[in-house]
Ligand binder design. Structure first.
Ligand code: GCV
Length: 722
């Protein structure tokens, strides 16, 4: 559709909405909308099976279960349930634990529940037929809450509930959101408004959003939140802020979400009055021990510390000639008596520019394997550079068997179009989790490293850098909510399928209408590849604009060498790509032999990682017979074309969902389509200086010259301090 026409349609719609005061959906409810079920016969079947709802227990968590079921069932089935406590009635739903319910205790499921663990649950249909009952049971009330959300998901997605035999337990112990939220409410790399934590009004003012945040997390099994930025301010560790944190902890607790803090390594100096933060200094050790005692006396279920040390200017043990294990272990000892953990980030890079930044984390951390106590995680980003649209899996995942490695994914779209591009990230997460490290033979996937099963660790986990802000719809882009949702579902089970997750998210967030799903699911599933194609195809990386990272910047040449784009593209008259093969930086040697061999040879290196591992001549023949230059042109054009297709696909479902979200997405797709062309033209014109080859005449030629793109300057891009 012509852009002008589209925009006037949108303006007309918004005017009608404003003038008539019609309530439209704003996305606040996320995937917990509980709108009336569209299929009446399914709804009627549910009503027959759900004559009564019985929830055992009086704790805050049991109250949360009752509340969720009341809201959910009222919304979905238009029935007001008075939650009862007599399970001896036919056709009822019973939720509880063997401890809070004699009825559940006598069901002979105790052994099964024990196997499922504290957070696991089962959902069984028992006494089938006319007397049918559905039981949601767990050893703990938090498990029962997870089961309740699972059950509500079944209804929201219109599944058959007549013969349920579901047994679920999380594959990981720690499933966390990492908020890069500052105390002044700005959010580093945040594109959805300001921080949802209103520190100024805490602890006395409790925003109802905190409850909804906890509900949303619990609904996908997220059980922890690091509430402050990894570029930390030590003030968060002072008594004043700890009491604010306590207020949040109280809201989150019934939903099984623990609070964690990023600890600034130099806090003993900044707020403790010491002259050093040396982790081997007795006064420093004592300071952290006392700080841990203080925190746990205020928040007994405090989760622990996340630390970014000796990276991008953050303080750390290396300032005192100590290593990362010295730092992590000191903190780990302080929190161990209280059951806390330390998540020590492997995202480090030296003050001196190395031969290849991609090798640094491995070089520093691999030798420390076996030097950490069991309550230390090393938290590793999915790839060795920095959350690029595509990176091969981080070599550390195959190299530290004695250490629990926590996966760090980025949910916020720092390098993927901020909150204006529709990019469903679950395929990116899945690609990394499914990657095979081969360290213990075929099938040694990253997922099995992360869930602890490959190396038998007590703790296992995932961290997702949050995309949440105080925008009414939480994440900025209506589809960015899917990334929060999918992250949670994959943290629960790293082997879940991205497609299945997309399916259930669409049904809950938008509609069960099959036509809508048939259009929107493929659109989501292809969206990440689309972004890779118009930003950095064939293994290119780090080609974005300086500092704010929004838009293309293959020419960026400011600051230290490994912050510049040409350092990564290595574009020259011969070709393009970073030679990390055994003839180059030899980063390939950080992988196990079979992975190394595959990446090392040009012929066996997967083309999606070609320019990540090799410096390839412009006329190199790709598998499809195209030269590298022509293949690159084709990818960039294909990516921009795919966004146009997304626009058309989206137009085709008009009328199947509410107008408010329809037009919201439609406007953002318009921005994305323009920005995809911007990326395409800017990158191709820049690389063309080296390839000296034309963009084949059958492609629409860029209508601006390279210097136009190079001279574009943007101020106040969200997500950084300007
Ligand atoms: C929080 C990248 C981002 C930084 C971020 C850093 C990190 O460099 O651009 O904003 O800092 O990663 O993960 O620590």
């Amino acid at each position: 559709m012509d852009n002008k026409l589209k925009i006037s349609g949108i303006v007309l719609f918004l005017t009608i909405l404003f003038v008539s005061g019609v309530h439209a959906e704003n996305g606040y409810e996320l995937w917990l909308r509980y709108n009336p079920l569209e299929n009446q016969s399914v709804a009627n079947d549910y009503k027959k099976s759900l004559k009564e709802v019985v929830v055992f227990g009086n704790s805050e968590t049991s109250e949360a279960i009752k509340k969720e079921l009341s809201i959910g069932l009222k919304g979905l089935l238009s029935v007001e349930y008075k939650v009862g406590s007599n399970a001896e009635v036919d056709n009822c739903l019973v939720v509880g634990t063997p401890k809070n319910s004699p009825f559940i205790a006598q069901l002979s499921i105790n052994e099964k529940l024990q196997k499922l663990g504290d957070e696991g649950y089962l959902i069984y249909t028992i006494d089938k037929g006319a007397k049918q009952r559905i039981v949601i049971a767990s050893q703990t009330e938090i498990g029962a809450l997870y089961g309740t959300f699972h059950f509500l998901r079944l209804l929201q997605t219109q599944q058959n509930i007549s013969d349920l035999k579901i047994e679920e337990s999380p594959k990981t112990t720690h499933r966390l959101l990492n908020h890069w939220d500052n105390l002044d409410r700005t959010v580093e790399r945040g594109y959805a408004g300001f921080s949802i934590w209103d520190w100024h009004k805490l602890p006395d003012f409790i925003d109802t959003r905190y409850v909804d945040y906890a509900r949303a997390n619990a609904s996908v099994g997220i059980n922890g939140a690091v509430v402050n930025n990894v570029n930390a301010n030590a003030l968060i560790l002072t008594d004043q802020y700890l009491h604010k944190l306590l207020a949040l902890a109280k809201v989150f607790r019934p939903y099984g979400v623990k609070v964690y803090l990023t600890a600034r390594f130099s806090a003993p100096i900044e707020i403790g009055g010491l002259s050093t933060a040396d982790p081997l200094d007795a006064n420093v050790i004592n300071w952290w021990n006392e700080k841990a005692k203080e925190i746990y006396s205020i928040i007994p279920d405090f989760g622990g510390f996340l630390v970014k040390a000796n990276s991008e200017g953050q303080p750390g043990p290396q300032q005192y000639g100590r290593n990362h294990a010295d730092g992590a272990n000191m903190l780990a000892k302080a929190v161990a008596p209280f059951g806390g953990v330390v998540m020590w980030r492997a995202f480090v890079y030296d003050n001196n520019v190395p031969d290849d930044r991609a090798k640094q984390a491995y070089n520093e951390f691999q030798p420390l394997d076996g030097k950490f106590p069991e309550n230390v995680f090393v938290q590793v980003k999915n790839g060795a550079i920095d959350f690029q649209p595509r990176e091969p899996f981080h070599p550390l995942f195959g190299a530290m068997p004695k250490t629990p490695l926590m996966m760090e994914f980025q949910i916020t779209q720092e390098y993927l179009g901020c909150a204006t591009h529709l990019v469903y990230l679950a395929p990116l997460y899945e690609e990394c989790l499914d990657a095979d490290t081969y360290v213990k033979g075929e099938g040694s996937t990253v997922a099995k490293v992360v869930d602890g099963s490959l190396n038998s660790h007590k703790y296992s986990g995932m961290a997702g850098v949050s995309n949440i802000g105080n925008d009414i719809n939480w994440c900025g882009h209506p589809f960015a909510q899917a990334n929060w949702y999918a992250y949670g579902r994959l943290a629960w089970n790293p082997e879940n399928s991205s497609e299945q997750i997309a399916d259930e998210w669409i049904r809950q967030t938008f509609t069960n209408n099959q036509k809508f799903i048939d259009v929107v699911k493929p659109m989501m599933m292809n969206s990440r590849e689309t972004a890779v194609n118009y930003m950095t195809p064939l293994g290119l990386h780090h080609q974005m604009a300086w500092n704010h990272h929004w838009g293309p910047g293959p020419w960026v040449n400011i600051g230290r060498l490994d912050w510049t784009s040409p350092y990564y593209s290595k574009a020259d008259s011969f070709g393009i790509g970073f030679d990390r093969s055994s003839k180059g930086s030899n980063a390939v040697s950080q992988y196990s032999t079979s992975v190394k061999d595959k990446f090392d040879k040009l012929e066996s290196c997967p083309e999606e990682f070609l320019l990540w591992f090799h410096h390839v001549p412009w006329d190199y023949k790709l598998k499809n017979g195209q030269t590298l230059w022509n293949g690159m042109v084709d990818k960039y054009y294909g990516g921009a074309e795919s966004v146009k297709k997304m626009q058309n696909d989206w137009e085709s479902i008009k009328g199947l969902i509410d107008n408010e979200r329809f037009y919201h997405v439609s406007q953002l797709l318009n921005i994305q389509a323009n920005e995809a062309i911007w990326w395409r033209n800017a990158c191709l014109l820049y690389f063309q200086q080296f390839s000296k080859q034309p963009i084949p005449a059958n492609y629409e030629q860029p209508n601006k010259a390279l210097d136009y793109y190079q001279n574009l300057k943007f101020r106040f891009v969200p997500g950084i301090s300007n």
